[in-house]
Design a protein around this ligand. Structure first.
Ligand SMILES: [Zn+2]
Ligand SMILES: [Zn+2]
Length: 727
């Protein structure tokens, strides 16, 4: 319950308190003090009161709470809670006529007194003009800032009027949510194909609560959402529009605020705590229909009448909250939430998740397809390049770029068009190796090799952030040559600079676009054509809308497909299809070049032919055979401990106990590919439960087995969490 509240409330609303312990000077011990108690009392010194953490620091005790409790019982200390207030309302200073100047006569008198102060006289006239202070019907409040701006006067002139007691100042709370749009634009008229999809969705909603909209890239899905949202708002109900990432909200906020003005509220952690509190309060107090645009955390907002939830890019795994708890899949929560309000859910994607598509195929959800790209946009031409063959022929020996990709990029640059390049690793080289003995640098906290970041000249762990300078020599054999294996976006950037010196290139990845402003700056520069080549990780594929991109390159598709996860092929397809979707919008047909050493791989073939249904069919076959979702439900039991021996012993025992209740549904314990993260060793037990089974019963069994494990002392050294439907 606490975890859920913590995730749900904006930080400004979380009341945090600090415990203050005060020493009672009149205290006289009636019995000898225990050592801990004595050191706590000694810790006060001359300070009358200390916080718990200060006490722990001063005494060196790990947990002072029991000691403080016993001291409190003896009357030696008193404890109080001090609240810290998070949210501060925004206040503004306004001006008005002072009490004595509010009638015609006294105002005349005031003007008479201003004969020698022309500027003050003008300012007072301006104030009367703006505020209509003498006309109760039209009177409006004027902030001092507004008055100064409109009059062009200096603050000192206003001070003059205030000092004379003609005007007076007062403070007032104002909201932060004012829309910057003064006039909303009319809705665009839907194209024939969009209109059909829009009607199709309404048909589905007649009989079903959930509709999956499978609309190809640039088919204008956002326009359809806008029309649907407008209908729901017109019926006096609320709408929630979910996006997988804060980053994309920027582009869409601009478009939607022009249509919805003040009815649009944006909610995500990119906003200040105060703004989020105001969104929360507005929903709580004002029940008027609004459209909320947000990421998964906005599911927790206090809606009172949701008519529709749109989950855009529904296939994205960022909808799954992984760590910390509460672990939930926002797509599934959206469906439940809409249901609770008697509303509908629209899931949408150009590459739907297999789970949702399966639900549509089996009739649980309705399915609407939108196959026409908006404005007769042509489908891009997707070509694959066999890099293994090129390397064998010594053509791509030292380069990450195939001749075909170089040719296409040059062609695009000559025509003033733009290029995006995708590589799913950041940094310069994901792995370093000693040329002599094969030593590779590893993170000291995690079981992963460190990635070389050239710009910082450091080795960085992408799991815990640990960083260390690049060693000059191998610590094992003192050899001074380290070889780089693989490549990341930083290396692509370096080679782009060498191959296409006249083009301006930028990187869009976690390192370069760490903050919202940096991200927005890169995107707007690309939009304005200041950047010709944009190199990026997954960030590139997520629903962004670029106008002038005609070439998309996937530098190495192999590690996408060879990733050890049952969803790897689904993800690889989605990623490559999404990257392809960024190329060739509007009038011009785009080109996509996929570099791979497995050009015959079915995933590559299906991306080339846009065979989404084919991919789903193949995957469904494999998943039913190997007992994976959507036929089986996965539950991971993640066990972590710094004590590897205890972890090993207990996880084996745990799995055995589970197996006695659940039989073959229990797999493991297994050691995950990354078996240690942030100094914790990890084991996983995997449960594969029939999709038709009652979850409540499974939970009962898990709770019983978990409780029974506490017989073993070692079990207390483990940290355990359950991850249902892991993404
Ligand atoms: Zn070595
Ligand atoms: Zn690490």
């Amino acid at each position: 319950m606490g975890d859920v509240y913590k995730a749900a409330l904006p930080s400004g609303l979380k009341l945090e308190s600090e415990t203050l312990v005060a020493y009672n000077k009149d205290f006289e011990a009636d019995a000898p003090l225990r050592p801990g108690e004595q050191s706590v009392l000694d810790a006060f010194g001359i300070k009358p009161a200390l916080t718990l953490s200060e006490l722990e620091k001063r005494t060196g005790l790990r947990n002072v709470v029991p000691v403080v409790t016993s001291l409190m019982a003896r009357g030696a200390v008193e404890v109080s809670e001090e609240l810290k207030k998070g949210y501060t309302p925004k206040k503004q200073t306004f001006v008005r006529l002072s009490e004595t100047c509010r009638d015609e006569d006294s105002l005349q008198e005031a003007f008479a007194g201003l004969k020698r102060a022309a500027k003050q006289e003008a300012l007072l006239l301006r104030y009367l003009d703006l505020s209509h202070a003498l006309n109760p019907q039209l009177e409006k409040e004027i902030s001092s800032k507004e008055l100064l701006e409109h009059s062009g006067c200096a603050t000192s002139v206003l001070d003059g009027l205030l000092n004379r007691g003609i005007l007076e100042r007062y403070e007032k709370e104002v909201g932060r949510l004012r829309s910057t749009v003064c006039r909303v634009q009319p809705f665009s008229i839907l194209s024939e194909a969009q209109k059909q999809a829009y009607n199709g969705i309404y048909d589905v909603f007649k009989t079903k609560d959930v509709c999956l909209l499978h609309g190809v890239a640039s088919s204008g899905k956002t326009e359809i959402y806008a029309h649907l949202a407008n209908d729901v708002l017109g019926n006096g109900r609320q709408v929630l529009f979910l996006l997988p990432e804060i980053a994309i909200t920027t582009q869409i906020t601009g478009r939607l605020s022009k249509l919805f003005g003040d009815k649009l509220l944006v909610y995500h952690s990119g906003f200040s705590g105060n703004e989020r509190v105001e969104v929360w309060n507005r929903l709580l107090r004002d029940k008027s229909p609004v459209l909320v645009l947000g990421v998964r955390s906005s599911l927790f907002l206090p809606f009172n009448d949701l008519g529709l939830i749109v989950v855009d890019e529904e296939h994205e795994n960022t909808y799954k909250q992984q760590d910390p708890a509460p672990r939930y899949h926002a797509r599934n929560v959206a469906i439940i939430l809409a249901n609770m309000h008697g509303g509908k859910t629209l899931l949408a994607s150009a590459t739907p998740s297999i789970d949702s598509y399966y639900n549509a195929l089996t009739g649980k959800y309705g399915l609407v397809k939108l196959n026409a790209r908006y404005g007769n946009c042509l489908t891009p031409e997707v070509m694959s390049v066999d890099i293994k063959e090129l390397r064998r022929k010594k053509i791509m020996k030292d380069s990450l770029f195939s001749p075909l990709l170089i040719h296409e990029i040059n062609k695009a640059l000559e025509l003033g068009e733009q290029v995006i390049l995708f590589q799913n690793r950041r940094g310069f080289a994901p792995m370093m190796e000693c040329r002599s003995c094969g030593w590779t640098p590893h993170c000291m906290n995690c079981d992963v090799s460190l990635t070389y970041h050239k710009r910082q000249n450091r080795l960085v762990c992408h799991y815990c952030g640990y960083a260390t300078p690049l060693p000059r020599e191998c610590p094992q054999c003192r050899h001074t040559g380290l070889r780089m294996l693989g490549f990341g976006t930083e290396k692509v950037e370096e080679e782009v600079a060498a191959l296409f010196p006249s083009a301006r290139a930028e990187r869009l990845d976690f390192d370069s676009a760490h903050t919202r402003t940096a991200y927005e700056r890169i995107l707007s520069d690309f939009d304005d054509g200041k950047i010709q080549i944009l190199i990026g990780t997954q960030m590139l594929s997520k629903g962004l809308d670029f106008g002038n991109v005609t070439v998309a390159g996937v530098l190495n598709a192999d590690n996408l497909m060879n990733f050890p996860d049952f969803r790897a092929h689904e993800r690889a397809y989605q990623l490559m299809a999404q990257v392809s979707g960024r190329s060739g919008r509007r009038e011009k047909r785009g080109v996509v070049v996929i570099q791979t050493s497995q050009p015959e791989h079915p995933v590559i073939r299906m991306v080339q032919a846009f065979e989404f249904e084919e991919m789903v069919k193949l995957q469904l076959g494999e998943r039913s055979l190997f007992r994976y979702p959507p036929y089986f439900r996965l539950i991971f039991i993640v066990l972590r401990s710094r004590n590897e021996g205890a972890l090993e012993e207990m996880s084996v025992l745990y799995a055995e106990n589970l197996r006695s209740r659940l039989g073959e549904r229990v797999v493991g314990p297994v050691t995950p590919p990354v078996m240690r993260i942030q100094t914790f060793h990890i084991r996983k037990i995997l449960l594969k439960i029939e999709a038709t089974a009652a979850v409540a019963h499974v939970r009962e069994i898990l709770e019983e087995v978990h409780a029974s494990m506490y017989e073993h002392l070692l079990f207390k050294q483990l940290r355990i969490h359950y991850d249902v439907d892991p993404a």
